[in-house]
Design a binder for this molecule. Structure first.
Ligand code: PEP
Ligand code: MG
Length: 351
């Protein structure tokens, strides 16, 4: 790892490296064994470890890596591959194929999250100075109800006999959430009137990825069945740092104390209102963040499928009490650098 070559090592050095090798191998064994097991903390609390995917092929990779569900199915790819929006039938087939691969595991389908940084040609995009602050995600869905309804119809029909949930991106207040839910109800009524088969009891939730949503979780809980923290956008909007701008990449700090406070506040408020709260932003799959998030009481960690074995392993190494201590300690620091330094030292004991 350090890129050092030791010529004619002393016996003691050989022993050290053999010890490390053995440690790594036994960790690999435990990780492999954890693929088919439910994720639990060292004291037995059940935590879900799920995958973020964007197509059918990665659903297979998710299962192979031990995903207990899909915490984020990105559907943008469907809207960006053609010069016209995807038909209801095309969407229906793709969603159904993914649900089938996942069996009875939960699958959270996020409704379209396109925007000015990746504009499809068939939508009337204005020239935007700040596309990430512009016509994006739920805002487009509410302005283009026919496009949105087609997606909801496809999801509800494909969800028959499966464990599916619907999630709206970039919600920032209760009004948006209510309007989006009303559209889901209208679609259900239309399907029922036309005697089309569909899944009726599909939970509907939102991503918490704007600071506004994080601050308003107690209010949003009235109309949201669950929450999922989107730390990529939450970090971008909280710190006013463009997530795609290399010049300010060093300022993009998901472990910034301001972001951590919003995450903790979100989890506390969701739980106080009896709601499940997961995380599908990149932070959920980072080993440096997992102990803190576990200590906050996060219910689900959703990540790149390949990060799952190690995440399950790490969760299994920590008791809730220890994770809470780590989280409290992390919260006592005033800068992201101090938090990262502290967590690096602590993690060395586990991974
Ligand atoms: C997020 O913002 O954290 C998220 C998961 O959504 P996306 O990366 O697709 O914006
Ligand atoms: Mg996002």
């Amino acid at each position: 790892k350090e890129g050092v070559l030791i010529v004619a090592p002393a016996n003691q050095t050989v022993e050290i490296f053999q010890g490390r090798k053995q440690q790594r191998e036994s960790r690999m064994q435990v990780m492999k064994a954890s693929v088919d097991k439910e994720a639990r903390t060292a004291n037995g609390r059940r935590v879900e470890v799920a995958a973020n995917i964007g197509e059918v092929a990665s659903a297979h990779t998710a299962v192979e890596n031990g995903a207990e569900g899909i915490g984020l199915l990105r559907t943008e790819f469907l809207y960006l591959e053609d010069a016209q929006p995807p038909s209801e039938e095309k969407q229906f087939r793709i969603y159904r194929d993914i649900f089938k691969v996942m069996g009875d595991r939960p699958v959270i389908v996020r409704t379209l999250d396109i925007g000015g940084d990746k504009p499809p040609s068939y939508l009337p995009f204005p020239n935007e100075m700040n596309p990430f602050l512009g016509w994006r995600a739920i805002r487009i869905s509410l302005d283009e109800p026919e496009l949105f309804k087609k997606q909801i119809r496809a999801i509800l029909r494909a969800a028959m006999g499966h464990n599916a949930r619907i999630m709206f991106p970039m919600v920032s207040d209760l009004d948006e959430l209510r309007r989006a839910r009303d559209i889901v109800d209208t679609v259900k009524r239309d399907l029922a009137l036309a005697s089309v088969e569909f899944a009726f009891d599909v939970p509907v939730g939102i991503m918490v990825e704007t600071p506004a949503a994080a601050v308003l979780v107690d209010v949003l809980a009235e109309a949201s069945d669950f929450f999922s923290l989107g730390t990529n956008d939450l970090t971008q909007y909280t710190l006013a740092v463009d997530r795609g701008n290399a010049k300010v990449a060093n300022l993009f700090q998901p472990l910034h104390p301001a972001v951590l406070r919003l995450i903790k506040q979100t989890i506390d408020a969701a739980h106080a209102n009896g709601k499940w709260v997961g995380m599908c932003g990149e932070l959920a799959g980072m080993t440096k963040a997992i102990p803190i998030l576990l200590g906050f009481g996060l219910d689900e960690f959703s990540m790149n499928p390949r990060a799952i074995p190690e995440a399950k392993y790490l969760i299994g190494q920590l008791t809730d009490e220890r994770a809470r201590e780590i989280a409290n300690q992390a919260m006592s620091f005033g800068t992201a650098t101090d938090i990262e330094d502290y967590i690096k030292g602590t993690l060395a004991l586990y991974v």
